[in-house]
Design a protein around this ligand. Sequence first.
Ligand SMILES: [Fe+2]
Length: 503
Amino acid sequence: MKVFSILFIVVGCVGSLLAQADLFPYGVASGDPLADRVIIWTKLEPMKRAAQASGTWEIAKDEAMTQVVQQGTFITTTESDFTVKVDVTGLEASTYYYYQFKSSGKMSIVGRTKTTPAGEADHLRFAVVSCSNYQAGYFNNYGNIGRRTDLDAVIHLGDYIYEYPDGGYGDSTLLASGSRSIEPKTELLSLADYRQRYATYRRDADLRYAHQMHPFITVWDDHETANDSYKDGAQNHQEGEGDWMTRKQIARQVYNEWLPIRGEAMPLYRKISYGNLADLIMLDTRLEGREKQILDVTNPKLLSADRTILGLKQKKWLKNNLKGSVARWKVLGNQVMFAEYNVGWAASSSSDFTPEQLESVFLDIWDGYPAERAEIIAFIEEEGIDDVIILTGDVHCSFAYDIAQKPSAISTAPEEVTYDPATGEGSVAVEFVTPGITSANFDENIGLVQATLLQYQMNKPLPTGVNPNPHMKYIDLIRHGYLILDLTPEKAQADWYFSKNIL
Ligand SMILES: [Fe+2]
């Protein structure tokens, strides 16, 4: 009986909140904090489909909204699909704030946010997330992040949405039950499509709660446009689906409408400083400058010296920010795996793949742009830039790496290996890869037994005595969750948090 009465109270509370917040069904969000400002966000669902709506916002020092420090008005129109974004300035550094929107006599829920430190900072903690496929599971991991009270911000590395049609990509149990059906039912192509998909995602209570409780710092990966996208196209953009540049522009516009990002994502790459402790250097390895993937390791063009995933302009910007950073930790917010990932050895005589074919499956990552990766590693080394951390999403699995120029004898002559796994010598940076919130990882793709075997062998000596990935310090191919990056002047630590079940 107790269970029922608690349930009744919970349902009652949620019911009254919904009734109150009808005009704001997508909640609130904040993002891109700086020492003196932060973006606050909401979206109206006007009862009458007028061309424009207006309202007010307030930001306060307390959750009850009694110590208001700033307020203002907003106007929003159909042009931005009634999304509202305010860059609130004049705030104090390293401070929690609470904010709320009002319109037509209705109030939004109250959001919480936090500005960055201005100078000295002795501790930072971020949740790092990626890959939330709505149809692959429930967003328990977003809910868990929302309930945390120890975060400065959430760093989202992309695949915030997926572009596939209803049932096109997900967990079969959920798809059969229909409990996570999405709108629109078709693959996203038009402005209305992309808008509707974000709306579906943001009706998820767990995702909404994570946004309500923490500022987000976001970059897109491929699925905010289409699978394996690059500057001039995408694997999942076919003839008959219209002009790619138009689709890319639509996806960029809607991303900017829904995510609490400053500057309309033009360009997406940007730096956010956390005092003297960390510079977050957020990258765009998708749409800014990436050349088309070459999905064949035997193709000599893969090794071209001028092949790029960043584009010249962004690469120059990255180098300047790495070299010019005076922060203790230089943290790159990066989409696809940077470290060398050697997996061809796992092709067996019984499988459908040759070693070269299996290796070629994983060329949408930095492995597909080896000259540019080598250039970045050499730059870090030659300029003596210490304490570089690369954060990565995309692959739906968990890894930690030392980053070295030539880490393994499986891909280079033994005498040319530049890395000692026993001492870490030769490592110029580390990489922490966050698992997906829900998106399928190896057990869901190749089965639990195969995934477990692969996971076991991935960074251990093969019968030949060669370790294919000696620079891989941690691996989990099976569980879903997120990682926490904890920074002090003395150390950087990643901890992975997994949820038992996403179904
Ligand atoms: Fe993904």
